[in-house]
Design a protein around this ligand. Sequence first.
Ligand code: SAH
Ligand code: F3S
Length: 503
Amino acid sequence: MNKQDKPLKVTIKTFGCQMNVYDTEVASGILKHQGYEIAHEHEDEESSVIANEVKQSQIASSLETPRNDRQKKKDWRRIDSDIVLMNTCSVREHAEERVQSRMGMLKKAKETNPDLIIGLMGCMVEEHREKLFKKYPHLDLMVGTRNLKELPDLIKTVRERRTQVSSIKQDGISIEYTDQIQRTGKYHAWLPIMTGCNKVCTFCIVPITRGSEVSMKARDVYREASRLVEEGVQWITLLGQNVNSYNGAEVTVGSKQEAVSSLQNEVAVPTADSFLPTGFPALLDMLCEIKGLERISFTTSHPHDATEELFQVIKKNSKISRRFHLPLQSGSNNMLKRMKRLHTFDEYKEKLARLKSLVPDISLTTDIIAGFSGETDQDHEETMKALEAIRYDGAYIYKYSLRPGTPAAKLPDDVPQEIKEKRNAELLTLQRKITVECNQSWVGKTTHVFLESQSSRHPGFLIGRSDNEKRVTVKAPPDKIGSFVQVHLDSLHHETFTASLLL
Ligand code: SAH
Ligand code: F3S
């Protein structure tokens, strides 16, 4: 872009998971660096969310905004942007439908402003590829999750030639570490460490959209985490479709201390006898050594790969978040088998019991699918019983949505919509009650909170997250923002605690 021109305005709308939030931050940074002006919109899928907090992806950006306010749909027929990019999600049909509805509005917008550039990124691009150009003749560009760096060139080509362009690489890693990133959070950062998934959960489209597992090298993760800390970040959430099967091997020999000192001193990695960790627990353990990095969260874990070694690392390091998200999907062994989840409910429950015995104050959250293929009333009852047995602090509950191309697409989607809705509502009601009870049990206790921002609704109050990632408002001076404090949890209002500062 010509520097003296008025900057072109890019609106980026993000659907879906935290990985997309990160990719948007990268795309925004790259474009901003090229002189574009960036405006953001984030929209989580309207899932039946019940958790003691807003979804992780909203932590840094909008701690205070109630969900419904955030999700007011803008009328894009009159959008005042030069370029609109949608970072899309394919995990459920509904997420794709909402992109389609926006594409409809943008068609109208382009009739009044033919110069408008419309682009797509994210999982729908990986799933449908060039077919989308046929479906939407007004779509100008598509960029794959592995090609974000090419975004400025693609926009330039569209502006010069007014032709449909795309860059969608099939393999390799879709993670870009860049200091150009435009992070939303000052103190919190997302840090992807692996992408793709080698599991074959039959309902899931992620192995198709994100491909096979690929991990960043431990050295690169460590370096990026250290860079973020130098920028003032104190809390990092490690991201991956299945972080527990992270494999950043450069061969593991030697002690953690040797590995850390090799990294801190930037010693060249010997080919055969490097000390760097291969697996996730060792990586986590090593990141805990970074001075100034005060809290580390991670998501998502697959129960099969959540090991004793991981639990021991969590126990050992108080820097690791005391909230563990472990998707269950169903409490019925029949369903778990049909979903190819690789474990029974009892095996899953035993793992969590072991974790709880090692780290008693840990909060547990999960994902549940209601109405998967073949689910009977009995199966549903078993999921209800599972919620009662585990007593999660929160759960994301979704109605099953058949995804073309997944193994389950060959199975009948035979639970009628109204039954899915009914089961979904029952699970929600039950989980809501358990969430309130879990939260109530914290009132009167003392906890450690990271203060992130000022409350706009309650002057004199700051907002933060406890070690269990529960939302807390604390009466404290603004200079405490960006620090960890001990608080007494006085009361609970909906899912937010009011606390007083302990000196
Ligand atoms: N391990 C992944 C899971 C991706 S999908 C990650 O979080 O990175 C997130 C959740 O969406 C899953 O745990 C599952 O509960 C839900 N989900 C996935 N596919 C679905 C489908 N076809 N219908 C309904 N829910 C689905
Ligand atoms: Fe999807 Fe199962 Fe992998 S839910 S992301 S296939 S662990």
